[in-house]
Each structure stands twice: as C-alpha cells, then as structure tokens.
Design a protein around this ligand. Sequence first.
Ligand SMILES: Cc1ncc(COP(=O)(O)O)c(C=O)c1O
Length: 469
Amino acid sequence: MDTLGVSPAQFRELAGRTVDLLAHHLGELETARSFPVTSGAETERLFCAPIPEEGMGAAALDALSEVLRHSCPRSPRFFGYVLGAGDPVAALGDLVASVLNQNVTAWRSSPAAVTIERSMVRWLAGALGAPGFSGSLTGGGSSANLMALAMARESRQPANESGARPGAVYASTQVHMSIPKAVALLGLGRAHLRLIPVDAGFRMVPRALEQAIEEDRRAGRNQVAIVATAGTINTGAIDPLEEIGAIARRAGLWLHVDGAYGGLAALAVPEKFAGLTAADSLSLDPHKWLSQPLDCGCLLYRDRTAAQNALAYSGDYTRVLSEDPVEGFAFFEESIELSRRFRALKLWLSLRYHGAAAFRAAIRADLTHARQLAKLVGEAPELELLAPVELSAVCFRHRAGPGASEAEANRFNAAILKKVIARGRVYFSNTTLDGRFALRACFVNHRTEAADVEAIVPEVLAAAHEVRG
Ligand SMILES: Cc1ncc(COP(=O)(O)O)c(C=O)c1O
C-alpha cells in the first residue's frame, strides 16, 4: 500500500492552487515591501509547530501563504548581495525537474537530463568565448570554486592518495570568502593563501602578484594556483585577467577565474573581460546574473583530464557499461557530487523561452542602473561613492556631516542601513571598504526599472533624517 500516494487528479488540484498563489504573489511584487514585517520569534512560532502524526491533506498547503508573507520578496527594488530575482519560467523547469526526479549522475540514469546539462555547459562556454571547455552545473559559486581548487591542487601537487601538503594560492585582498574556505578544506592551509594588494579600483596589482610568487619560489615553497576575480563581491572589480594569465603561464601555476558574480556579464560586455578564457577553470553563477532560481552555479574547465584526475573515484556499483561517448558519460567522474538534481532544465527552458538576446539586454540594463545610481549619488552633496563602478555594484555612504570621525561615519551608515530596511521601500546590503562601512546596492535584478533606482537616494536621505531624530 502506497501511504504517500497522490493521484494525478489530486496533483493537478494541489499544483493549480500553488500556481494560483504564486501568480498572485508575482502580481504583487511591484508594490511589495522590500523586507517582510516579521521577527525571529514570529517565524519560530509559525514554522516550528510539531509535525502532525496524521496528514493534513490539502490543508497542508494553507501555510504556504504565511511562507510567502515572511519571505524577502524579489521585488524590483531588491538590490541586496548578488542575487537575481528568479525567472518564473525557470521555476516551472524546477517543478518539472522535481516531479521527474532524475538523478543526474550519468546518461544511463537520466538520458535527457545529462544531455541537456552538457548542452547548457557547451552553450555557456561557447557564449563566453571558451568553446572547448567542459564542466558541470553546481550548487553555486562556492562549490565550483572548491572543485576548481581541487583540480588545481591535484594537477600541481597531487594529494589524493598520500594526503595534502601546504601550498600557496594567490588571490587579491578582495577575494570571496569561498576561496579561503576551499583552501582550508583542501588541506593547503589558509596561512598559505597570499592576499595580493589591490589598486584604487580594487583590482589585483600584477606587479605585487609577481613579487609574491617570486618570494615563495626563492624560499622553496610549494605553489599551486592563482585565483583572479572577474567581478569582486565588494565592488565588482575585474582583476587584470590578461596580465595575470601571462604571470600564471610564466610561473607554471593553475589559473582559476572566479566569475561567480561577474563572469556572465561577458555575455553582454565581452570587452571588459579580455583574458577571461586564459583560465584553466572558471566559476559562474547563473543564479546570480542569469536570473535562475537558486541553485544554479557552474564550473567550466579547459582540460577534462584534470577534472577526472582530481575528482574521479567510482565504486563498482556505479560502473558504466556503455562504450558510447554519449551513453557512457558520467558527471560523477568530474564532480564531487554523485546524486545531482536536474539543474539544467530551468536554464534550458528559460533560455528557450526568452532567447539569449533578452538575457544580454537584462545584463546591460543592470549595468545602466548601476551607472544611474552612481550619478545620483554624485549629485547628492550628503553622499559619496566609495569605489569606482565597474559592473553593477555601487558602494557609497552618507558623509555623516563635517568633522565626523570614520568610526562615527561607520556607525551612522550602519544605522541608516537598518532604517532603510525597516522602512521597507528598497533593500540593499553593506560591506566594508578600507575600514569604511559602505552601503552597497547591486543590480542583477531583471525586474528593476529606472524609477526603482531613483528611489534609493531619497530613501537613504530620509533614513538619515530619521536616524538623526
Ligand atoms: C565573487 C564570488 N565568488 C563566489 C561566490 C559564492 O557563490 P555562491 O553564493 O553561489 O556559493 C560569490 C557570491 O556572491 C561571489 O560574488
């Protein structure tokens, strides 16, 4: 007896109700508060009730409206972190993927899914000018970065059999937190992550990189990889990829480019990314700048053998019996994951529905919105920009008045941010640049229009007024 059975008719009814709820939610995004009216106590009360012993049937879905009400809406005025708004067509792909419940380990367990994922990887690589690269979709940029550094370590300092030794990895001071995490997990030792200084545009200084590499070489230290960033998390800076690529080649180091935030902007403005494809590996995040619902990251790499050397290790129970190059393909030979969800379906559906040109146009619109905000900040005497705007992140602050110390300015701007979020009209986040607390708006939201950008400065000024009391 199937105690979990749901008939096709019941499924149609449940799905219909859910889709109606979501369509209503999408219709309200335009005017939604940018942060829900909620609290930790309230979410605990609502969502931590004991699980019933007897099923509630369709009434279980009643609570979904509370889930929606206590979530951060991806409204046109959401500018936090680096997070796309999520394409609803792609979300339908996620629903189909879940109902099909394909396990995207190998072609034999999911023929269509493996083929679509390989096709999406080929499309991404080709569209970014790296047509020979292979790869896979991942849970995000962090896991893509971890797999890339696993490949780097195994190619320069094999450790899979005998264990890891310390090894230097070079990245700028602006590197994303996932790289120190990966360095630690791979046993290279965070003490051996060399943080290279940046210039006034927050880009890695190639001369300083060369010096650090030379110093380690003279001292006889093991050297593994350089990580360049194409779109730093703080300011969207793009490291000088061509020069760094040349340094990596001369030094014989693996070059990984972390393009989780910015790499996909090369679809729209390739001229900003010269040297991108000199990388041995490249991380991308379609759940950031291709508006895919979480999760959808991607790792591309030049040499499949390097991926297999680092990541292939199969049990007999997964042995693939086909010799055919398509039917014999297995992602688990090139990935840390065995069971994998059908992430490619949403991307494939969404690209087919909207067309590639629509995505390039959305990225260009985000770049324009960032320049628009930078201009508006420049025109407000109370505000100042804290970094050049290279892509779509805008870091700025309130000057906090004449004579304010850095510590006072930091406290004042932190209070402004809290107030802005509580007011609920726009949402953005924060970072710290050279010790200065920065308000940070990042545009990777296809729903944003110029009028939404215009709302930011007045909100900051109104919040500042309220903070002063
Ligand atoms: C430059 C960079 N690298 C890596 C990541 C991590 O990506 P994810 O959050 O998808 O793991 C981010 C996330 O913002 C990022 O901006």
